[in-house]
Structures are given as C-alpha cells and as structure tokens.
Design a protein around this ligand. Structure first.
Ligand code: NDP
Length: 492
C-alpha cells in the first residue's frame, strides 16, 4: 500500500499536519493508499507554487500547452485497463463503466488540446474610422478545483484540461473518497511534461482544505462539482470576495415513456439510466414517468428485466451493478428506502445485500417504488439505485411532473412522434434532453450542465468548456492618429 503526499511545486511532500487518512475500496473495505490530511497552511504553500508558475505557463503558447494534454491522453489510452480497474476499485462502478470514466477523460483531453489552436475571440467593425475592435481570451490566474467521487477521473479532467489549456495554474482538492484516482492523473500529467507548480494537489477535508481554497483571495475562481448544500456554502463564501464560481450540482432526472414508444428500448434505457453506476450519477434516471395507457405493460417489463441484473464485485465483467461508494452513501440511500416504504409502494428490492462477500462492501439491491408525484422519494435526489415510477395522464401531465422538482440537469422522452419529441425539447426545463435515449451519456464536445438548483448557469465541456477559465479582454486599436471619441458628436 502506497503512502502518498501532497503534490506541491512538482514534488510529493507531507502535510504540515503530520496526519493521514486512508482511501478504502467499497468492494471489500481494503485500504488502497493513504493521503495527508491537508491544512490551510498546505493550501497556502500550494497557492505560492501556483502563483510562481503562472507567468511562465500563461506565456507558454496555447498549442504547446495542448501538446502536453494530448501526451497525457496518449499515456491514459495505453494504460486504460489498469486505470479503469483503479476507478472501479476506489469508487465501485462496474469495470465497463470504470473504463468508460477513463475514456471520457481521454476524450476530453483530446478535445480540449485542440482548443489550444482555437481559443477564439471576436473581431467586429468599429463605429469610428481607422479603428480595429477585437476580443482575446486570457487566463484568470490561480484557479481552485473541487470534485466529487462519482466520476473520479472524468470530472477532474474536465476541470484540469479546460483550466490548463486556458493558461491557468491550479490548486486541486479531490473528494476524500477517491484521491488515488486523481493522484494517478497528476503522475500522468507530470510524465506528459507538465511543469512544476502548474498543478498542485492538496488532499484533506472539505471544510478545511476545500474552504480555504474557496476563501483565499489569491485563488481567483472556483470550479466545483458536488452536492447542493456544499455548493450553496461555497457560493456564499466566495461571494465575500466577489469570486466567480462554477457550480455543477445535483439532479432528479426523469425519463418519460409515451404510449407510442418502443417499450423494449425504453426499458433498456431506464435500466442503464437508473441502475448504472448504482444510480450514483448526477444524470441518473431517478424518475420513470409512464403514460397511463401503457403504464402496466412498461412497468411489468421493467420489473422483469431488473430482476435479472447481477449485483456483485464490479471488477467481474459479468456483474451489472456494483456497491455504493461508502458507508455514508449506504446509510443515506437506505434512509430514503425507509421513507419510500412509508409513503409509496415498494415493487422490487429495498434491501441491503448481506452474506458472503456482500458483507465486506456496501451492496444495495436495485429498488423500484411506485409512487404519486409529490412524495419525497419522487422529488429529492437519492443518488443510489432507487427508481420512482409515476403515472402520467398525458404528455402535458408528464412534462408538468418532470419539471416540478428543484433540479434541472437531464431529461429523456421515449416516443416515435416527432412533434411530441420537439415539444419535449421545448418544454422540459433541463440543461440536457435526450430523445429515445437514457438520461445519462454525456459526450465531451457538447456543453454539460443544468438549470434551477443544478447549478448557477454555467456549462462545462463542449465549446463552453473554457468560459469559466478565461477572462474576455476587449481590445481597441486606433490607427487614425487623432483622438476619436465614441458616442460623442463633434459640436464645434
Ligand atoms: P459533496 O458536495 O459532499 O463533496 C464534493 C466535494 O466538495 C468534495 O471534494 C468534498 O470534500 C468537498 N467539500 C465538502 N464540503 C466542503 C466545503 N464546506 N467547502 C469546500 N469543499 C467542500 O458531494 P459528493 O462528493 O458527495 O458528490 C455527490 C454530489 O455531487 C451529488 O449531489 C451529485 O448530484 C453531485 N454531482 C454533480 C455533477 C454535475 O455535474 N452536476 C456530477 C457528479 C456529481 P470531501 O470529500 O473531503 O468532503
């Protein structure tokens, strides 16, 4: 078992606290590595290093910065199997999804390295003669990135790749549940040639390390993915410094099935959307809204298919659903299942798996409730393998139910009616809508994010990826050789 340090100014160093914590596999409780419990003083050292590295990194041409990211992608591609196994071991998603997490990181690095040759600004005419107007993008400075555990490689790389190509230097805090995946990414970036100080990695508690990154005025912006309560706390703290914050938060994502849908396709979709990654995706399908005339038929098929899912060790390729991430996650999901048992009708699952190897980890059965819209399980984010099934009278009712939650990340509708499909695109209040596909499955070259309490309006990935990591500078070049005054008419 390896003992890691903090990564500051290109070196692995101990924390001044002298304390450590373990990262543990949710599969069987085995300890994978230890990491330092960082302190505010460690964050200050990381900021010192990031500030010192910034001028040189900012002036490294963006295409050269891109070459380093592309090399990192190539290293990851060569080591995809091993990295996928690491994701699965540390976080618990099944191996196909562990490798998918790695692939998403590779895809993003490849995509964003090309941004080094775009980084587009605008040119536009001036209202005055002999004057040239344009915008250029500039890095912000030292940026802070704070990430969750559920995509332990893809989410960090979305932030790291976009921040670095834009010319920023980084102080990075991973989830305390998955620091090893990010430590491996740091090693790969170093191997790819990233200069010392450009990325600095501080492990430790959210309230100490995370909050110091948020509050320290030398960190110029924050990119955060995680839960709504943490997002609120971070937003409020950063507001004291008028610091820009990008928040990617929770979801309560609906899949609608209309009477004309391909039912088999819809059932396969919800199965993957609801129980993939044991329901621990921000885009997971947590509500299935079925059109009344086909309710019994779709639900019957879903229950039958769900029964066939195999729950167990996620490193085994034959397994469909792995453990949930840790004890805290397990308890919170089981609490919601108890609430569901009080307020709704339990159709399937609802128990912790026990006996044999199950006792070493945290395995919860794929669970389906039939419920009215308005119950807690139908409105609150559970972040586990728990699906609420709700009946809708018609299309309008389905959309009303879909929209009547605090979140707005992803939505999906299964229908063959092109008019309904486009009306759904128009009416569903989410940042992402899928037609005849599940609520999960982001592609890196498209913007990702949501409405309402899912965030504060920004979008990661796609053409919007660098927006949160660049300042737009407007430039006027006057080559008239005289004082020209915009908006002011000559009176004399
Ligand atoms: P948390 O909000 O608990 O934690 C996220 C990160 O914030 C962790 O690194 C955590 O550190 C840190 N943190 C905790 N408290 C503070 C604080 N006071 N100040 C600064 N940082 C802090 O979320 P989870 O890790 O449990 O992730 C699950 C949540 O993330 C779900 O709600 C899910 O919907 C959301 N999510 C959203 C996505 C999106 O793109 N919209 C994608 C994936 C997940 P530590 O681990 O040390 O506590």
């Amino acid at each position: 078992m390896k003992e890691y340090g903090l990564y500051i100014n290109g070196k692995w160093v101990p924390s001044e606290s002298g304390q450590t914590f373990e990262t543990v596999s949710p599969i069987d409780g085995s300890v994978l590595a230890t990491f330092p419990k960082g302190t505010a003083a460690d964050v200050h050292r990381a900021i010192d290093a990031a500030e010192a590295a910034f001028p040189k990194w900012k002036h490294t041409p963006a295409p050269k910065r891109g070459e380093i990211l592309l090399r990192a992608a190539q290293i990851m591609r060569q080591r995809k199997q091993e990295l996928g196994e690491l994701v699965t071991s540390e976080m618990g998603k099944v191996i196909a999804e562990g490798k998918g997490d790695v692939q998403e990181a590779i895809d993003f690095l490849e995509y964003i390295s090309g941004e080094g040759r775009r980084m587009l600004g605008e040119t536009t005419p001036s209202e005055l003669p002999n004057k040239f107007c344009m915008t250029v993008r500039q890095p912000i400075g030292v940026v802070g990135c704070i990430t969750p555990w559920n995509f332990p490689m893809a989410i960090p790389i979305w932030k790291i790749g976009a921040a670095l190509i834009s010319g920023n230097t980084i102080v990075f805090k991973p989830s305390s549940l998955t620091p090893l995946c990010v430590a491996r990414l740091i090693e790969i970036l170093e191997e790819a040639g990233l200069p010392a100080g450009v990325i600095n990695f501080v492990t430790g508690g959210g309230g100490t390390v995370g909050m110091e990154i948020v509050k320290n005025p030398r960190v110029k912006s924050i990119s955060f993915t995680g839960g709504v309560p943490t997002g609120r706390e971070i937003y409020a703290a950063a507001a004291q410094h008028l610091k820009p914050v990008e928040l990617e938060l929770g979801g309560k994502n609906p899949q609608i099935v209309m009477e004309d849908a391909n039912f088999d396709l819809a059932v396969e979709g919800v199965l993957f959307g609801a129980f993939g990654t044991a329901g621990q995706r921000c885009t997971a399908t947590s509500r299935l809204i079925i059109h009344a005339p086909v309710y019994d038929e779709v639900l019957g098929r879903l229950v039958e298919r769900t029964r066939s899912l195999k729950l167990g060790n996620p490193l085994d390729p034959k397994i469909d659903v792995g453990p949930v991430a840790d004890e805290g996650q397990k308890n919170s999901i089981l609490e919601y299942i108890e609430i569901g048992k009080q307020e709704a009708h339990l159709l399937l699952g609802g128990d912790l798996c026990t006996g044999g190897d199950y006792d070493k980890g945290h395995y919860i059965e794929p669970t389906i409730f039939e419920t009215e819209h308005g119950t807690r399980i139908s409105k609150e984010e559970i972040f586990g393998p728990v699906l609420s099934v709700i009946k809708a009278k018609d299309f309008e009712d389905a959309v009303r139910i879909a929209n009547d939650v605090e979140f707005g990340l992803s939505s999906s509708i299964y229908t063959k009616d092109v008019n309904l499909a486009f009306r759904a695109v128009d009416m569903l209040e989410t940042g992402i809508t899928y037609i005849n596909a599940p609520t999960i499955g982001a592609e890196v070259h498209l913007p990702f994010g949501g409405t309402k309490n899912t965030g504060n309006g920004g979008r990661e990935a796609g053409t919007t990826a660098i927006d949160e990591f660049t300042e737009v500078k407007t430039v006027f070049v006057d080559y008239s050789n005289r004082l020209q005054k915009a908006q002011i008419e000559e009176e004399k």
